[in-house]
Structure formats: C-alpha cells, structure tokens
Design a protein around this ligand. Sequence first.
Ligand SMILES: Cc1ncc(COP(=O)(O)O)c(C=O)c1O
Length: 383
Amino acid sequence: MKLFDVYPLFNITPIKAKGCNVWDSNGKKYLDLYGGHAVISIGHSHPHYVEKISDQLSKIGFYSNSVQNPLQTELAEKLGEISGCNDYQFFLCNSGAEANENAIKLASFVTGKKKFISYKKGFHGRTSAAVALTDNPKIIAPVNETANSIILPFNDIETTEKALSKGDVAAIIVEGIQGIGGINIPKKGFLNKLKALTEKYECLLILDEIQSGYGRSGRFFAFQYSNVKPDLITMAKGMGNGFPVGGVLIQPEIKPWYGMLGTTFGGNHLACAAGIAVLDVIQKESLVANSEMVGNYLMQKLGEISSDYEIRGKGLMIGLEFKFPIKELRQKLLFEFGIFTGVSGQNIIRLLPPLNLTINEADQFLKAFEKVYADISAVLNEH
Ligand SMILES: Cc1ncc(COP(=O)(O)O)c(C=O)c1O
C-alpha cells in the first residue's frame, strides 16, 4: 500500500536524536532549530522522559476515561503550578486541532452562540471548526465553509468591536504569538483590549498557545507577557515532547456536565507520563528562563549580522523575514551545515528549537547563518 502523498519530504531519514541533535541513516549529525515543528520542548530523548514513559508502559499504557487515572490529576497539578494557571480546570485530548475544537465547542455551549472571530495569518488546525477559523482557504474544504467564522485583520480592535457589536459571537480565538503565519506578535495592549471587549459583548476569549505555549516564548504561555486572563487556553506541541498530547485550560466559572466533552485516547496513562516528564524537566532545568535567555541572545546576534531582514520573536520562537525567497538559504543551512530550520510562506525562516538550546549551539547556527547569508547576499547584489 502507498502512503497518501500530502507532505513534500526532504530526502533525510532521522533515526536517532539526543538533546538538540538529530542523526540520519547515513550517520550525518544535524542541529535541530526546528524542533520537529515546535514540538520538541525538553530536547530529544531526554533520559527522564524516556525513563518515565518506558516505566509507565511496563505498568499500564492505556485504559479508558471511565476509571480513575491519578496521572491525570498529577499532570493537572504540576501544570497548574508551573504555568501559574492553578485556578483553571483541565481537559486532556490528543492534538492541537482537537484542543481548539473542544475550546470552540465549549465557548458555544457556554454562550449559546454560534459565531467566532479569528485573525488573518492565524492557524488553528485542520478539523472542522478549527480550520474554518484558519486563514488559509486552500485547506478549507466545502464542508468546512461556514458563515459562523469571521476572520479579521490581526491587531485591529476597531473591526473586532464592530463584529462583536451584533451580539452573536461566542468567542474570539487568537494565537499567543502567530506561528505558521510568520511569528507575528500581538500589539501591546491588544489581548487586554480583546478581553475587555469579550466581557462587554458577553463572549469568551480563547488563547491558542499550541505553538507559543509551554515555555517557547520565554514565558510559560506567550499571553503572559500581558496580564490578560483568557477564558480558555489551548495547548499541544511542546506538552508531550513528541508524544501526542493536547489540552484545554478552562476558567473556573465554566461548569462541566457529564458528556459535555470526551475522547477515547485523551489523557491516557502514557500521554500523562510523557506530560509529567516534560514538566519535571522544564522545572528542573529552568527551560522557560533558558528559552528567554538564549532567544534574546540569538535575536541580538542576528541583528548584529545585518539590518536587512526583520527579526520578530520572543524566546525561542523567532521569525526572520527576508526581502528575497529563503528556499536556497534554508537548503544551504540544511544540506551544507546540517541545520534544520522552519519556514513560513516564501520569505520567512522560523526558528523553533528545543528549549534547552545552549549558547554554544546558538553560536553554531549563527556562524553558519552568517556565512550562508553573506554568500547569498553577494550573489543577489551582483544581479
Ligand atoms: C497555533 C496552532 N494551533 C493549532 C495547531 C494545530 O495543531 P495540530 O497539528 O496538533 O492539530 C497548530 C499546528 O501547527 C498551531 O501552530
């Protein structure tokens, strides 16, 4: 049987990984500044993570959500403590899209309303409600098209208030920092103004922290650069360091009822063991602070190399927007220097490394980048 060919693939086969490094089937070593799409938070194959999951698997890997699972409570308590969101309730699921789908559903249940606001260049996943709020018509199938979805200019309070004033919006969903759209940071005060508007028009604020959460931005959640208190917070990616785990934090006034949400696999023993191990390591190795420190270092040094590209970011969520398409730059980094990076559109490189990236590893990237950038700029200037 053939695979359904939806992914353009690099001809690289990783077979081993450790910390911020990956090795391919030819034994070539890579530096991972992509984190498998912002997923690797504590570093590849961290010994504590491997031990926790292996140990759990040898005891019990899965049972259903119809029995007690103390690992879910342990994960919730640790997450509450480390994120500073202790007063929220926690629903566990399996992916980012599923987290958003559940948050959207909750907001609709709670408000009794159907419409949702999201923003241009936003990405919220590929399931039906989440994709309808994603600013990419190519991935919205006819069945996902809905008048319930209102996609507005990012950072624009005026159009948001106008749309809310009709009174039929259940929630606004916004990323803590837009990831796939190219690392776009909410303007100062934007999230607070959104929260005030949601209170005025009796709807909810959903913060999609699926990419920007779990320490990536140098805060546990990127929205914590402001003092806003979202009604719902969604997370996935870094939460399981590669094990598929997602979750929704739900503000305390929202009351659950049996059957309101549900999932077969969400919150299973193995997923919880992975999630607990991730939080143990984030705490023990101060990875949120490391993300801020190494991220600031990278952005400062990148700024010193040239002022000809725009640098946007917080912590280890960094976008570099060039005046030329970055395909060649990215390929040279990967094939000549063995450095994985991410992309957004034609002109933006995204850096999303594991949160334990060291200054030495950052320097390794900077050295390679400076060389590749100088070579490409020289050729471009000749023409
Ligand atoms: C901000 C954001 N929301 C939602 C998703 C969807 O997550 P998943 O691919 O786990 O469904 C992503 C994935 O890239 C994302 O970046």
